[in-house]
Each structure stands twice: as C-alpha cells, then as structure tokens.
Design a protein around this ligand. Structure first.
Ligand code: NAP
Length: 308
C-alpha cells in the first residue's frame, strides 16, 4: 500500500480522487489537507507543513488545488522528500513546471503531471488508428456551460486560472497524445469578458508539418449537453472522438477500447504507482505549451461581462 495525502478537498478531489484511491488495492488515503473539506474516516489537517512534519509515513502528495497555489505546495512536498502528483494543468506557468521537474530530479522523487483526459477509454484506440494514417483535417470542438461545470469557481476567471482553457487543455492533452507528429499554434483569438481576467471562449489554428488543416473551438457558454469532440479526416478514413475521449467512431462504426484498467483516475493512480516503484517522473508539458502560445499570439476581443 502506498500512503497518499490529498491536498485541496474540492470538486475534483471528492468526485474522482477519493473514489479512485478507495477502489485501489495499491493506495491508502492517509490524510487530507484542506481549509474547509474533510473525508469521513481520514485524518484531516488544515496546515500542509504540519502534515509533512507529522507524517513521514505519507510518501505521496496528490495536489488538487487550482494551478496558481499549486507550485508552493509541490515545492514544499518535494523539499520534504515526497513524490508528487499534479492535477492538470501542472502549473500556472511553464517555467514553474520546469522548476519542479528540476527539484524532483535533485531530490530523487517522482513527479507526475497528470492529464486525466488522456486516460479516457478510447484515446489509445484513436492514437493507434491515427498512427498509421496521413492526416488531412482535424477539428476540436470543446464547448460546455461554465455555470454547470464550475459553479461559483471564481479562480477560473482570475489571472492564472486559464478561463476556457481549463477544459480546453483537456482537448489539447488528447490532441498531443493521439497525433503522431508535433504541431504548433499559428493563430488564435481569445474572448475576454470585460469584467474578467481570463477568456470565456477561444479559437485557434495549428500548423501541421504536412499541411493538414487543424483548429480548435472552445466555448464556455454552450447551453445544455456539452460538446467534447475531436474529428479527424485522413486519406484513408474518418475518426470522431466524442464525450471527451469516452466514445470513438471510425468510418461511422463504433470502435472498441484497448484492453486494460477502466476509468481515468484509476489509471492515473496506477501510473503513479509505477512511477514511484521505478523511481521515474513523467512531466509532459505539450498541452500547457499550446495554451501559453495562445495567450502569447492570440488576438484579444472584449466581450459582454460574465456573471454567475
Ligand atoms: P475547486 O473545487 O474550486 O478547488 C479545489 C480546492 O482547492 C478547494 O477545495 C480549496 O481547498 C483549494 N483552493 C482553492 N483556491 C485556493 C487557493 N487560492 N489557495 C489554496 N487552496 C485553494 O477546484 P476543482 O474543480 O476541484 O479543480 C482543482 C484542479 O483540478 C484544477 O486544476 C482543475 O483544472 C482540475 N480538475 C477539475 C475538474 C472538475 O471537473 N472540476 C476535472 C478535472 C481536473 P480547501 O478549501 O479544501 O482548502
């Protein structure tokens, strides 16, 4: 059993981390650290440094706080010799992620920048299918209702909170997993509500080395059923990844998942157990790099104010 402390008992910790840890034979939830939340039956701390000092038995810290406060927790955990698991996005900036990587290497601990959407059931099948084909066109549509999916979470609209790129980076994490070649952003347009610090919608086009047409359309004001779709056209067939990677249609027929453990968060914890056992880290920053590029080259439009 690997003893883990969960830090930040909010939406994702309660919805996904606690059930995934509880269902695993390899993991034990040994403590929580939170200013407000607790998990029944688990020792609760409200001071992170106190938990680190009192609990040398806890070898892994899993950070479920938003991106801006995450670096400070990760740096203190690594300094205390703990392995660290980062929710997505792995940080508020690329540089702080590189700094954490260097600290983890120096301390000899494992650092895992998780991308839960890459673990969705059909992503591996889509990757295998695309690996053998020549891409002509790929379009990402990631549109959902922020009021439903992030009710009252003001941090998403504060600087460093990513705005619509908070869900959009999930699409970019799938894109960078399934494409056999790297691409880079060529242009983008970002819509900022006049009373907020992050965009509520964004569109962009990528440059593909073989000239395939590629783009994304992210929107946080989509009413009703969310659209989390990546559609690709190749010279030998079409692919439609839906439901955030949970469903896949190839040439109009539903495709099977590859065999293996089921569920995004169970897979993340299984991978973390492997990294700890092998003394390795896994920090792929490609999705965050595309977001940083969008903020660097994107044209900015001011749009109507956003209120919850
Ligand atoms: P959340 O519920 O708004 O916040 C998580 C916890 O972080 C809060 O309970 C709070 O912990 C702590 N926190 C918030 N602001 C803080 C601050 N300024 N300083 C220190 N701690 C702070 O957020 P969430 O939806 O769980 O998202 C957390 C991370 O998971 C984000 O990076 C997000 O992108 C990712 N994620 C979210 C979802 C989702 O569906 N919501 C899905 C996948 C991944 P305490 O009050 O307990 O101290």
């Amino acid at each position: 059993m690997i003893e883990v402390a969960l830090v930040g008992i909010g939406k994702i910790a309660v919805d996904q981390h606690v059930p995934a840890i509880s269902a695993s034979r390899d993991w034990e939830l040994a403590a929580t650290v939170s200013r407000h939340g607790t998990v029944a039956g688990v020792t609760a701390y409200d001071d992170f440094d106190e938990m680190l000092a009192e609990r040398p038995d806890i070898r892994v810290v899993s950070l479920c706080v938003p991106p801006v406060p995450r670096f400070s927790y990760a740096a203190r955990a690594i300094a205390a010799g703990r392995h660290v698991m980062l929710e997505k996005p792995p940080g508020a900036t690329l540089s702080e992620c590189h700094a954490l990587e260097a600290m983890a290497r120096e301390a000899g601990v494992s650092l895992y920048a998780t991308w839960h959407s890459r673990q969705a059931d059909k992503v591996a099948t889509a990757r295998a299918w695309l690996a053998e084909r020549s891409l002509r066109k790929l379009e990402i549509r990631w549109r959902e209702d922020v009021r439903y999916w992030h009710p009252g979470q003001d941090w998403v609209f504060e600087a460093g909170g990513l705005g619509v790129f908070d869900p959009g980076i999930n699409a970019l994490s799938i894109l960078t997993e399934i494409l056999p070649v790297p691409v880079h952003l060529a242009e983008a347009e970002l819509d900022f509500p006049e009373n907020r610090e992050t965009p509520i919608a964004a569109r962009g086009r990528f440059r593909h080395p073989d000239g395939a047409e590629m783009g994304f359309d992210f929107d946080w004001l989509e009413p009703g059923t969310p659209v989390w779709t990546i559609e690709a056209e190749t010279e030998s067939g079409t692919m439609r990844l839906e439901n955030g990677g949970g469903a896949l249609w190839i040439d109009g027929a539903e495709a099977e998942a590859l065999p293996g453990l089921s569920g995004e968060y169970p897979r993340l914890y299984a991978r973390m157990a492997e990294l700890v056992a092998s003394g390795q880290s896994e920090v792929d920053l490609a999705p965050l790099r595309h977001v940083a590029d969008a903020f660097l080259i994107g044209r900015r439009r001011t749009v109507a104010p956003f209120h919850w």
